[in-house]
Write a protein that binds this ligand. Structure first.
Ligand SMILES: O=P(O)(O)OC[C@H]1O[C@](O)(CO)[C@@H](O)[C@@H]1O
Length: 528
């Protein structure tokens, strides 16, 4: 396509939303009218599916659940007055609580105010809060947020070391919808230990966001924690940023959550329109379908040209991959669907993997995220008439052009600036695009059976560990791995047993390995 035709295509496909100051450019995706015609019936069905979902249909058949994250920013759309009231009440409760924390009305036993916030959660109970904190937290927030989002002991230590002198004024927020996920449970216990070591009363400084009646909810009530906030059954982890999961930590950091909700609501209204060219989420979903042949054949590279959006790709990784990465479609056919997502930020990544994007294996498409406003205030000139922001903007355009010339397709999302309004809108845009794409490829975008399989396997390993340690202690003499496996009637698990004892030996856990470490078969294992 020559420059004039491309310019024509750009204008023909450019989506612009005046209220949001938002643009979407899919002109560098090479779909044609034929493709559009073929996809139209699927798209019509997707529009119907999402209308039913928003009206309260069971959209997650496996778990027999409604899918209601869209109601969070527009409670009038909730399918019952009780649900509507619940959303309104939670939002008000968050605001009242935050106001009391900021004013010092609620304060820790040994300090006049809470200064820091320690958020413990994983997956959807961490990624949204982390992304939003990075994007929107003010430079000098009323409370500084820290995260424990894993069960890595060294990671936990690092966070607790940073908080060492501030634990007495740290508010701990444990987030877990199920209230039974091991990683946040472990983090919570480690933090409780740290509080106890300093003679601090954990319960007086702890709050929980969790499903009503969950194990965590019961623990928080029985131990007399400061408060609990509900996570609704019909909100999935990866779409929970606009529930108490995301709103509470955001508000505690001084982020304007009402504006974030308004931005999301505005985008929801735009992406509810059942017409391709008027609906940016449909344009995204269609582009993903086109470029990946409806099978996720191309990876989605997310390149925001703005440091504060660094975590957007990580956030989207869960939203897209946990929603769409499915073995079976809704009819039970094996389909192995999904779209791989990765990325960091431009122009930084131009000095890392963009070389391969331009010249190497063409297994991806790029989504550029462009932010029009460079910074608050004026920019100095770096070269005559040229600022740092001009460079950033030029690099984005240059990379987009260079990729297109080499037959690499791209989408460009443009927002006027990074603020609560536009971040709310971006989150809503991708939530809806995933919903639509899920319909296009006919998968249940709201369950995660694969993750459950991994959790179950991990629990089996921990169970095996207990048996292995018991046996080694009982025997009281060095044993070969094969002997341990036979005695436990677990010959299939010999590799797992080896890895268990190797890990224990590396951590001063009372187990020793003897022999050639490079030849597991020759090793004997004993107590140390
Ligand atoms: O909030 P929870 O229940 O602790 O779950 C955390 C995350 O774990 C998952 O269930 C996957 O294991 C995610 O979907 C979820 O966001």
């Amino acid at each position: 396509m020559d420059a004039a035709a491309l310019w024509q295509r750009y204008q023909e496909w450019l989506y612009y939303h005046e209220g949001l100051g938002f643009y979407l450019d899919v002109s560098r995706m090479r779909f044609d009218d034929n493709f559009l015609q073929t996809l139209q019936p699927k798209l019509d069905r997707a529009f119907k599916d999402i209308a039913a979902l928003e009206a309260g249909a069971i959209a997650n058949p496996d778990e027999d659940r409604m899918v209601g994250h869209y109601w969070l920013r527009d409670p009038d759309r909730a399918p019952s007055p009780e649900l509507k009231q619940g959303i309104i009440d939670t939002l008000e409760k968050i605001e009242t609580f935050v106001q009391k924390i900021h004013s010092g009305e609620i304060h820790p036993p040994n300090a006049p105010k809470f200064t820091d916030l320690l958020s413990i959660g994983i997956g959807g109970s961490a990624l949204g809060p982390e992304f939003v904190a990075e994007a929107l937290a003010p430079d000098f927030p009323p409370m500084t947020i820290h995260f424990i989002d894993n069960t890595d002991p060294a990671g936990i230590d690092r966070t607790l070391t940073k908080l060492k002198d501030k634990l007495a004024s740290t508010l701990v927020l444990v987030i877990s919808k199920s209230g039974g996920t091991p990683e946040p449970r472990n983090g919570m216990i480690e933090v409780q230990n740290a509080f106890a070591a300093k003679g601090l009363d954990f319960a007086k400084q702890a709050i929980a966001t969790t499903g009503v009646g969950s194990h965590l909810d019961k623990t928080a009530h029985s131990q007399g924690w400061l408060d609990t906030f509900p996570m609704e059954d019909w909100v999935g982890g990866r779409t929970s940023e606009m529930s108490a999961v995301g709103l509470l930590p955001a508000a505690l950091q001084g982020i304007d959550i009402r504006t974030m909700l308004t931005g999301a609501k505005e985008m929801d209204a735009a992406t509810r329109i059942p017409d391709l060219k008027s609906n940016p989420a449909a344009l995204l979903a269609l582009s993903w379908y086109y470029v990946g042949n409806g099978k996720g054949e191309k990876d989605m590279v997310i390149l925001p040209y703005k440091d504060s959006l660094l975590l957007f790709s990580r956030y989207l990784q869960q939203l897209v991959m946990e929603s769409l990465g499915k073995e079976k479609d809704l009819e039970g056919n094996i389909v192995h669907q999904g779209i791989a997502v990765y990325g960091n930020k431009g122009s930084t990544d131009q000095h890392a993997y963009v070389q391969q994007l331009r010249d190497g294996v063409a297994n991806f498409f790029v989504t550029f995220i462009e932010v029009l406003k460079d910074r608050e205030g004026k920019s100095p000139e770096i070269d005559p008439g040229i600022t740092s922001g001009d460079y950033l903007s030029g690099f984005l355009q240059g990379t987009r052009k260079a990729l297109y010339e080499n037959d690499r397709q791209s989408i460009t999302v443009t927002i006027p600036e990074v603020n609560s309004y536009t971040i709310g809108a971006l989150i809503a845009l991708y939530e809806r695009a995933v919903t639509i794409y899920g319909s296009l490829v006919n998968v249940n975008a709201y369950h995660q059976p694969g993750v459950e399989a991994g959790k179950k396997a991990a629990a089996e390993i921990l169970d095996l560990q207990t048996k292995v340690v018991q046996l080694i202690k009982q025997e009281g003499k060095p044993m070969y791995l094969s002997q341990i496996a036979e005695k436990l009637d677990a010959t299939q698990d010999i590799e797992a047993i080896y890895k268990i004892v190797r890990h224990l030996a590396a951590n001063d856990r009372g187990i020793a390995l003897h022999g050639n470490l490079g030849k597991p078969n020759t090793l004997t294992v004993s107590t140390s």
